[in-house]
Write a protein that binds this ligand. Structure first.
Ligand SMILES: NC(=O)c1ccc[n+]([C@@H]2O[C@H](COP(=O)([O-])OP(=O)(O)OC[C@H]3O[C@@H](n4cnc5c(N)ncnc54)[C@H](OP(=O)(O)O)[C@@H]3O)[C@@H](O)[C@H]2O)c1
Length: 310
């Protein structure tokens, strides 16, 4: 099968088209004929040898988000999915096991149907980032009707965090650069503050006691924790820490821990079906142009994901 990966870690140019054996689905597993693979920041870390490095010898195949059709069901696999059904999945990268490939084998818990109204490209932007946003909110555990602040709200994790928090009934305050204000408003944020280093002070103008929890997707937890009330929580997907400050607890998301949380993935499917979370595609490119996809991602400023077509 065709895959895209690295035989040597490096820059975007290190990504090559590879010919790899088609993997077989074992017990409890589903094989997907991948049509679309989302390109996420972690893929660049895999490419550079900074994430998911294991004892496996290269090549390494990045990719944590896949959409396509079921093309094999392993024996003793408890599923109501049928061959040919459109599905999306989260993949935990290991060696050549990643979503930048024509075929991907994943545990059945990591797979759900694609909502009929979504394209494969849109679906390939949802599982990993949606589960990360879910995990961030689960870390925060705000009280019913509580308040959540989101940094990086125009990004993939941040955007889903705004939409999931809204769906959960929380009041959401989010940051936005001027060009993103309309987008973040449409995502459902109740209050929007200008993006910048004075986030905490701006949030306090609207919530003088501080918010119950902060989702940080831009490694700003250290300076933004001032927005959080005493004893509140911070969930960061990008690093940084503010634990200890006024009893605030910071926890990092680690989405592989949610890769088999089928009910949570299925809830994302349901919310997408209801139009309450909205996957965003910035651009699609043929798989062969993965180096260009990584260059575009590194340049920043994308709104929505780049998706590789297999
Ligand atoms: N550990 C995990 O489980 C996990 C899972 C998923 C993602 N992540 C990590 O989480 C981070 C976010 O991922 P993502 O996919 O959401 O990235 P993304 O789509 O690029 O979103 C990041 C957002 O943050 C904004 N931003 C950057 N610097 C900022 C600043 N100083 N102030 C305010 N906003 C700023 C970006 O705006 P511009 O585009 O304008 O710069 C962008 O809108 C990445 O570091 C990713 O690797 C971790």
């Amino acid at each position: 099968m065709k895959a895209v990966g690295v035989t040597e870690f490096g820059g975007p140019e290190a990504l090559r088209v590879l010919e790899l054996p088609v993997p077989e689905a074992g017990p409890g597993e589903i094989r997907i004929r991948v049509h679309a693979a989302g390109v996420n920041p972690v893929d660049a870390m895999v490419r550079r040898g900074e994430a998911f490095v294991s004892a496996a010898q290269p090549p390494y195949v990045p990719g944590m988000d896949a959409a396509g059709v079921v093309d094999q069901i392993g024996e003793d696999t408890d599923t109501d999915l049928a061959i040919g059904e459109r599905v999306m999945a989260v993949a935990v990268v290991s060696g050549t096991h990643g979503a930048y490939a024509e075929h991907l084998v994943v545990p059945v818990e990591s797979v759900v149907r694609i909502p009929p109204a979504l394209s494969d490209m849109e679906a390939a932007t949802l599982p990993m980032n949606g589960l990360t946003a879910r995990m961030a909110l689960d870390i925060l555990q705000p009280p019913p009707g509580g308040t959540v602040a989101v940094i990086g709200a125009a990004g993939a994790v941040g955007g889903y965090a705004v939409q999931l928090a809204t769906a959960d009934g929380y009041r959401v305050v989010a940051d936005a650069a001027p060009r993103d204000e309309q987008l973040v408003k449409e995502l459902g944020a109740d209050v929007i503050v200008p993006r910048g280093n004075d986030f905490a002070q701006l949030v306090r103008q609207h919530f003088p006691q501080g918010v119950d929890g902060l989702v940080d997707t831009a490694a700003l937890a250290g300076i933004a924790a001032g927005a959080v009330r005493d004893g509140g929580r911070v969930a960061t997907s990008a690093g940084g820490d503010s634990s200890g400050e006024r009893g605030i607890v910071t926890q990092h998301t680690f989405v592989p821990n949610y890769a088999r949380e089928h009910a949570k993935l299925d809830r994302l499917r349901q919310l997408a079906e209801e139009g309450r979370i909205t996957p965003r595609v910035a651009q699609t490119l043929p798989a062969e142009q993965a180096p260009e996809a990584h260059r575009l991602m590194a340049a920043g400023g994308l709104r929505g994901r780049i998706v590789l077509i297999f």
